[in-house]
Ligand binder design. Structure first.
Ligand SMILES: [Zn+2]
Length: 356
């Protein structure tokens, strides 16, 4: 056994436990257990490493760099990796040598983009009732697929290709909205590190779903710490918005200030479909309310069009799920014929514009 646990050690371990392809919900948990064993064995703290892991995800790093830059944080000992947890989640931990490690589910980012782009296309493309039904069914399938749920209507690559090629501008707007949510989640996880939560409890997550590392760190103070990480994370996020015009990568302007609120509403709908036994995290509605209040106190100017559009879409989707008795989702979900959507699209719609 090494005498020092560094961020690189942890990333190496978690990667070795997280095979590509299969669902390995135990990867993070197993890595956590191994880590606990190291700590119990009295592993000493070593010198901080200034190295970033080899081949880091370029998107994450570019966002992360901007968040660090906008908030004048020290990024010398941050590590990042993907793990296939099969959960709508991200995690933060601090290793015994003081390194910060942030772990994302390997499909999380793609999932967020798929959901948000589809939602934006649905809102702005003047869909017929049949098209709305298709989009809602697509969203349901995406959430079910992400949860590894057995169901008859697997989303096909052709379906998503048809959605993202429907209108370039709409896809770009959706992509910006998704990126903003991704950035906020990084801010939240980073806050667990900078506020010392991960020093005390080792592992924190963005969502308190079953069967993930979140349950490992269950404790009486976790709700308070989640609110703190949301609050500090939103502060980091607001700095990124304020400085968007001078940051090299993240161009999250005031049209995207409220995207964290969209994320919590999405989380709420997901939890209506897949109820969780909650121990570590407050309910999404409660987290939404606190960020809403914080945003109002901050009093920043914003353009709420995309937020309003996405919230309206999520309300419609939630109503549709409720009317079809999908809350909670039964396994397998009822089959319907959705078919290819290429032929049901019209040719004209209004374009929202992304302001720079
Ligand atoms: Zn958290």
């Amino acid at each position: 056994m090494s005498s020092t646990v560094s961020g690189e050690d942890y990333v190496r371990l978690i990667r070795s436990l997280s095979p590509t392809g299969g669902n390995s919900a135990t990867a993070v948990r197993a890595a956590n257990n191994a880590w606990d064993a190291w700590e119990r064995a009295g592993v000493s703290r070593g010198a901080d490493t200034s190295e970033i892991i080899a081949n880091p995800d370029p998107v994450f790093l570019s966002y992360f760099d901007d968040i660090v830059l906008a908030n004048a944080l020290d990024k010398s000992n941050i590590h990042y990796c993907y793990a296939k947890t099969g959960d709508l989640n991200a995690f933060a931990c601090t290793t015994s040598n003081g390194d910060y490690v942030i772990v994302f589910d390997s499909e999380f980012q793609q999932f967020i983009h798929s959901i948000v782009i589809t939602s934006i296309v649905c809102v702005y493309s003047k869909p017929t009732d049949a098209q709305v039904e298709f989009y809602f069914r697509y969203l349901l399938n995406e959430i079910a697929t992400f949860k590894r749920f057995k169901h008859a209507n697997r989303v096909t690559p052709d379906d998503f290709t048809a959605i993202i090629t429907r209108d370039y501008d709409l896809t770009m707007v959706g992509s910006y909205c998704g990126s903003a949510i991704y950035a906020f989640i990084i801010c939240h996880e980073l806050s667990h590190n900078t506020m010392g939560h991960t020093r005390k409890h080792r592992m924190q997550a963005i969502a308190g779903h079953n069967g993930t590392a979140a349950s490992v760190s269950a404790n009486d103070t976790s709700h308070i710490e989640e609110y703190e990480a949301d609050s500090m994370g939103f502060q980091y996020y607001c700095e990124v918005v304020k400085q968007h015009s001078t940051l090299p990568n993240l161009r999250i302007n005031t049209q995207f200030l409220s995207m964290p609120l969209v994320f919590f509403r999405l989380l709420e709908v997901v939890e209506q479909l897949f109820p969780v036994s909650r121990t570590t995290h407050p309910a999404p509605a409660s987290r939404h309310a606190k960020i809403q209040t914080q945003k109002e106190i901050a009093g920043m100017h914003e353009d709420t069009e995309f937020h309003d559009a996405l919230l309206e879409l999520l309300e419609g989707f939630a109503s549709w799920c409720s009317e079809n008795s999908f809350f909670p989702l039964q396994n397998p979900i009822p089959a319907t014929q959705t078919g290819a959507i290429h032929s049901i699209f019209g040719t004209d719609q209004n374009h929202p514009t992304q302001k720079s």
